[in-house]
Design a protein around this ligand. Structure first.
Ligand code: GLA
Length: 418
């Protein structure tokens, strides 16, 4: 069976190799951050064809493509070698029908196919990389029907990270297939400075883990990078650990909201078949996804410690308050001449511009996010402050400083944001 498929695939490849016409530059740039699923966080080196098919079916069953989750990225496919022409060979045991058939199947479901390789001779998992074969491998990926290429950086000995990735960009552009290039140099050589001309997104940090400290560490490394992100070039905070233990639900929720407002690619990485109903609702929350997919493409900026602000294309303003500490916090927010949405709860406050108040106890590692439509943003920003409640614990220092410093900052908010 495999033999037949393999021969069929090789014939198709040879025909396509002959037919391919170089029509010039095609490097896919996405107008909003890419969304989808990546296999690494749950399946690691164990990924295989049946797992990918299972994920694809779960994505469709859950209606995820309709929400924007369109890429299914196979991380570490672990090619077994190259044929006599240097063409990559998929592992016949793990991918018995080959990559071309896999891509065709995913496309038939309305999904897009993402595939991983590495800029060095070997991948981080010790499999074969693309070093020295960049053009051939990108051509092979194009022929297979790949839509998204994740290029890792393990074992690369190139001196200049940018030139390594330029090779992949040019290789992609030499095919006639539109493919997204995802740069994974873990922030080495500041990819936010050159990544926009080379790929569609760039990782800003080393690998995420399903731990609160890991999420905070990547979050802190994103501060100040907002000016580099925008349509066609995104800071990549790494694949989502939403729903993965030992993260609590509150931590998953904060993680999802933060990655959304920071315009990171939203690549799910949990077991879609074992998802709780609250995680399902979280990843399917249209109001949160809308913050990520807003066409203006402005990444949220931290205006004071653990308070982020982001303008959206309809003139509304999103403000998020994170409680990173271990104490509970009482948060009260006043506004005037606004109407407000709590995207997490999908709850509206006021039907038209009016005065209002939002008061909430914010548990440790939780987040509040509010979207304001206001006639005048100054009042709301001037009046955002947390209130201590002795029965719940002491003040949270970062938010106190937010309260203290927010008023003068507000006046300059438009300048800080752009
Ligand atoms: C690196 C990348 C990860 C993942 C693994 C696979 O660590 O940063 O995202 O792709 O390699 O080995």
């Amino acid at each position: 069976m495999y033999q037949t498929n393999y021969i069929l695939e090789m014939h198709i490849l040879i025909i396509l190799f002959c037919l391919i016409v170089k029509t010039g530059a095609v490097l896919e740039k996405t107008a909003t951050p890419p969304m989808g699923y990546s296999t690494w966080n749950t399946y690691g080196m164990m990924v295989n064809e049946s797992i990918v098919l299972q994920i694809a079916q779960a994505m469709v069953r859950l209606d995820l493509p309709k929400l924007g989750y369109q890429y299914l990225i196979v991380d570490e496919p672990c090619f077994i070698g190259r044929n006599s022409n240097g063409v990559l060979l998929a592992d016949p045991v793990r991918f018995p029908n080959g990559m071309f058939m896999l891509a065709s199947y995913l496309h038939s479901l309305g999904l897009k196919f993402g595939l991983y390789t590495d800029a060095g001779p070997t991948t981080c998992g010790g499999c074969i990389g693309s070093y020295g074969y960049e053009y051939l491998d990108m051509l092979t990926f194009a022929i297979w029907g790949v839509d998204y290429v994740k290029v890792d950086y393990c074992s690369s000995t190139d001196t200049y990270t940018a030139s390594t990735y330029l090779k992949f960009r040019d290789a992609i552009m030499s095919t006639n297939r539109s493919m997204v290039l995802s740069i994974i140099s873990w922030g080495l050589d500041s990819p936010w400075l050159w990544g926009r001309n080379v790929g569609n997104s760039w990782r800003i940090a080393f690998d995420i883990r399903p731990e609160w400290q890991s999420i905070l560490s990547i979050l802190d490394q994103s501060v100040g990078l907002e000016k580099y992100s925008g349509p066609g070039g995104w800071n990549d905070l790494d694949m989502l650990e939403v729903g993965n233990t030992p993260l609590t639900f509150g931590e998953s929720q904060s993680h999802f909201v933060l990655w959304s407002i920071l315009n990171s690619p939203l690549l799910l990485g949990n077991d879609l078949d074992q998802m709780s109903s609250e995680i399902t609702s979280l990843i399917k929350n249209r109001e949160i996804i809308a913050l990520n997919q807003d066409i203006l493409g402005i990444q949220a900026k931290m205006i004071v410690s653990d308070v982020w602000a982001k303008f959206l294309s309809d003139g509304s303003l999103v403000i998020a308050f994170l409680n990173r500490g271990s104490e509970w916090l009482n948060v009260t927010i006043y506004w005037n001449q606004c109407y407000v949405l709590d995207p997490i709860r999908q709850q509206r406050y006021g039907q038209q511009y009016s005065a209002g108040i939002y008061s909430k106890i914010l548990a440790s590692h939780n987040i509040i996010v509010l979207r304001f439509w206001c006639q005048d943003f100054h009042f709301i920003l001037d009046n955002i402050y947390p209130v201590s409640n002795n029965s719940l614990g002491p003040f949270n220092p970062p938010l106190i400083s937010a309260a203290t410093y927010i008023s003068p900052i507000i006046v300059f908010l438009p300048f800080l944001l752009f």
